[in-house]
Design a protein around this ligand. Structure first.
Ligand code: FES
Ligand code: FES
Length: 174
């Protein structure tokens, strides 16, 4: 057996120290070592996207990354997105637009959507479909998932404009 390595990962804002086998996948570290089972495993061929998390702010399939590669980095899982009463706009979008059925793919789809909206806050429908290409949903037919992401983009853009107006208003005050 290969020697374990000490790693530090900041998961959902909290620094975690782990001792892991060098071959341990990030998805297993999250689920089995840290108990974050919201990150799902839907295949063994790196195709389904159910395991998607943000690593260093970018959406990655956590079954394609070794835990040791995440050493020193920040990871956001679906558990870190929002809570009841304070949902992330992407979570709200899935709720409002019925973007899920069985929900198995949903954590990965949502994390992919968050990554997409960080890079492109105002995507067209085509860009949303392209951005979600790496995640597979067997239930919904994708239409409501696209609507959910559009809803989230609108919410995030209007929140940003409100924040800008508020900032410019406070700047006027002497
Ligand atoms: S579990 Fe299917 S892509 Fe990672
Ligand atoms: S909601 Fe069932 S796989 Fe997507």
């Amino acid at each position: 057996m290969s020697e374990k390595q000490q790693i530090r990962i900041t998961v959902n804002g909290i620094e975690k120290q782990l001792e892991v086998e060098p071959r341990l996948l990030l998805v297993h570290a999250l689920r089995d070592e840290l108990g974050l089972t919201g990150t799902h495993i839907g295949c063994d061929t790196s195709q389904c996207g159910a395991c998607t998390v943000l690593l260093g702010g970018e959406a990655v399939k956590s079954c394609t990354v070794l835990a040791v590669q995440a050493d020193g980095m920040g990871v956001t899982t679906v558990e870190g997105l929002g809570q009841m009463g304070n949902l992330h706009p992407v979570q709200e979008g899935f709720w409002e637009k019925h973007g899920l059925q069985c929900g198995y793919c949903t954590p990965g789809v949502m994390m992919t959507a968050v990554g997409l909206l960080q890079q492109n806050p105002n995507p067209t429908e085509e860009e949303i479909r392209e951005g979600l290409e790496g995640v597979i949903c067997r239930c919904t037919g994708y239409q409501n998932i696209v609507r959910a992401v559009q809803y989230a983009a609108d919410r995030m853009n209007s929140a940003n404009s409100e924040a800008e107006v508020a900032a410019s208003g406070s700047g006027d005050q002497k």
